[in-house]
Design a protein around this ligand. Structure first.
Ligand code: GLN
Length: 479
C-alpha cells in the first residue's frame, strides 16, 4: 500500500475516492506482517479492525463520521481495552484480559479511531531500551542492530515502520519522548493530570501520563485533544478546559526560550548531538526568537530523585500482583506464602524485581526519611524552580537524550548507565509539565535520528504544540 503520514492525507484520499478505510487498514496489517522480525506487535486485532473500518467507512460515506475517522492506532501493552489481553509485557499478567477500557481508549473509539493492536514495551514500563520486555526486545526499524528506546519502544517503532498512523505510549520518566527520539517520530508527554490514567497499568502514579507518538505534531495534537480532559474515574485528572490543540493559532509568534546550560555542558552529551543542538539555538535566534541560557544546578539530582520516588511508588503499585488476583500463579505453590513468593519470583523480570526491592528499601522504616522524604523535598524544589523559570520563559529546551539509539545489549549490564539515559527527560515528570520531542536531527556518524525537547508550563500544551508544529514545518531548521 501507499504509506500515509498524516490523518488529513488519509481522510483526503478516502474522500477523493482514491482508497477506502478497509483498504487503509489492510495496508497497515500488511506492513505489520512485513515487520514481524522487529517484534513490535504482541497482538494484532485484524478481524475487528477490518469490521470497524467497514462501519466507519459507511459513516464517512454518509457524512457523519467523527474527528478521528481514518486514524489507525496502536496501543502500548499497559493500556486496558475491554475484552482484549493486556500484560505490561510481563509474565505475571500472562493471560489477563481487560475488564474495562482505559478512558483514553474509550475516547479514541468514540471519535471513530481504529485500534489495530497492542505493542511491546519494557515490562511495567520500566526501562529505556525495550530490552526488559518478557517478550523480547523490539528492534529499531531504522537499523535493527539498535534499540528503539523505551519503554514505549513498540509504540515508536510501530509509527516509524508505518504499522499504524499514531500510537499511544505512557511516559513516567521519558518513555514517550526517548523512543520517539530514537525512532525519528514526534512524542508528546502531556501535563500531569491532562489525560486520565484510568485503565493505564500503574508504574509510578504521581508521574505516569499517557500520550501520543506520531509522524507529525498535527496528528499528535488531534489525538491528544481527544484523550485529554477531566474523568471521574481518575481523581488526579484535571478539570482545566482542553484547548483546541490542532488549530495552531499563535504558534508563529516570537517566543522566549531558555536552553538548559547544564544539559548542553553535560559530560554524557554526544558531541554531534551537542553541535546540532547549538546550531538549532542559533537558527531559532535568526528567526527572531529570544534564546538564552538558563541554569538548572539541580540537574545532577534529577535521576536519583526520580529513581527513589518511582521505585517507591512502583513497589506499592506492584504489590497487587500476588498470584491470586491477577494473571500468573506458580504451579509450585503449596500455601499462601509460597503462592506470593513463587508467583512473584517467577512472574516478574529482573529489572522489575530490582525496582521493587529498591522501592521497598527507600520506604522502609529507618531509611524513609533519608531517601523517600528527602527525594520528595528535592522534587518540590525542582518543581518550584521550574515554575519560576516559566514565569520568564515560554519554553525550556534541551536535547531529548544525551545520544542516539544505542546497540542492543550495550547498556544491559549496567543499570546505572541505563538510568542516566533519562537525565534530560525526567525533569518534566518530576515537575509535572508537558514536553515534546521533535525529530529534527540525524547523527552525522550513522544517520540515526535524534530529537530536541521543549517543555512548557503546565497546561500550556496549545502554545507548546503550536510552536512545535511551526518548527517541524520550517525546512531550514531540519538537519
Ligand atoms: N527509562 C525510564 C525508566 O526506566 C522511564 C520509564 C518510563 O517513562 N516509563 O524508569
Amino acid at each position: 500500500m501507499k504509506n500515509y503520514h498524516s490523518l488529513s492525507e488519509i481522510q483526503k484520499a478516502i474522500s477523493d475516492g482514491e482508497t477506502t478505510l478497509p483498504a487503509v487498514v489492510e495496508g497497515y496489517i500488511q506492513n505489520i506482517s512485513n515487520s514481524k522480525s522487529l517484534n513490535i506487535f504482541l497482538e494484532t486485532f485484524e478481524g475487528e479492525s477490518l469490521e470497524r473500518a467497514k462501519e466507519i467507512q459507511t459513516k464517512i460515506s454518509e457524512g457523519n463520521a467523527s474527528s478521528l475517522a481514518g486514524a489507525v492506532i496502536a496501543i502500548k501493552d499497559n493500556l486496558c481495552y475491554t475484552g482484549h489481553k493486556v500484560g505490561a509485557a510481563s509474565q505475571i499478567l500472562n493471560g489477563f484480559e481487560s475488564l474495562y477500557s482505559a478512558t483514553a481508549i474509550k475516547r479514541l473509539l468514540e471519535e471513530d479511531a481504529i485500534i489495530i493492536g497492542r505493542v511491546n514495551c519494557d515490562e511495567f514500563a520500566m526501562g529505556g531500551s525495550n530490552e526488559n520486555s518478557s517478550f523480547g526486545s523490539v528492534l529499531n526499524p531504522l537499523n535493527p542492530e539498535y534499540v528503539p528506546g523505551g519503554s514505549s519502544g513498540g509504540s515508536a517503532a510501530a509509527v516509524a515502520s508505518n504499522c499504524c498512523l499514531v500510537a499511544l505510549g505512557s511516559d513516567t520518566g521519558g518513555s514517550i519522548r526517548q523512543p520517539a527520539s530514537f525512532c525519528g517520530v514526534v512524542g508528546v508527554k502531556p501535563t500531569y493530570g491532562r489525560v486520565s490514567r484510568h485503565g493505564l497499568i500503574a508504574f509510578a502514579s504521581s508521574f505516569d501520563q499517557i500520550g501520543p507518538l506520531a509522524h507529525n505534531v498535527e496528528d499528535a495534537s488531534k489525538v491528544l485533544e481527544v484523550i485529554s480532559g477531566k474523568d471521574d474515574m481518575d481523581t488526579t485528572s484535571s478539570s482545566v478546559a482542553v484547548d483546541k490543540y490542532a488549530t495552531f493559532d499563535g504558534g508563529t509568534g516570537k517566543k522566549k526560550i531558555g536552553y538548559i546550560h547544564e544539559c548542553i555542558t553535560n559530560e554524557a552529551l554526544d558531541s554531534d548531538v551537542k553541535a546540532k543542538h547549538l546550531e538549532l539555538i542559533d537558527k531559532l535566534k535568526v528567526q527572531g526568537h529570544t534564546v538564552e541560557a538558563v541554569n538548572l544546578e539541580e540537574l545532577k539530582y534529577l535521576v536519583p530523585t526520580y529513581y527513589v520516588l518511582t521505585t517507591a511508588e512502583a513497589s506499592s503499585n506492584l504489590s497487587r500482583y500476588d498470584g491470586i488476583h491477577y494473571g500468573y500463579r506458580s504451579g509450585e505453590a503449596t500455601d499462601i506464602e509460597s503462592t506470593y513468593t513463587k508467583s512473584r519470583t517467577e512472574g516478574f523480570g529482573d529489572e522489575v524485581k530490582r525496582r521493587i526491592i529498591l522501592g521497598t528499601f527507600v520506604l522502609s522504616s529507618g531509611y524513609y526519611d533519608a531517601y523517600y522524604s528527602k527525594a520528595q523535598k528535592v522534587r518540590r524544589i525542582i518543581k518550584e524552580k521550574t515554575e519560576k523559570l516559566f514565569e520568564e520563559y515560554d519554553f525550556l529546551m534541551s536535547p531529548t537524550t544525551p545520544s542516539c539509539a544505542f546497540k542492543l545489549g550495550a547498556n544491559t549490564g549496567d543499570p546505572i548507565k541505563m538510568y542516566l539515559e533519562d537525565i534530560f527527560t525526567v525533569h518534566a515528570n518530576l515537575a509535572g509539565t508537558p514536553a515534546v520531542s521533535l525529530p529534527l536531527f540525524k547523527h552525522s556518524a550513522h544517520q540515526l535520528p535524534f530529537g530536541v525537547q521543549f517543555m512548557s508550563a503546565p497546561f500550556e500544551e496549545k502554545a507548546l504544540l503550536g510552536f512545535a508544529h511551526n518548527l517541524m514545518n520550517t525546512p531550514s531548521l531540519k538537519d
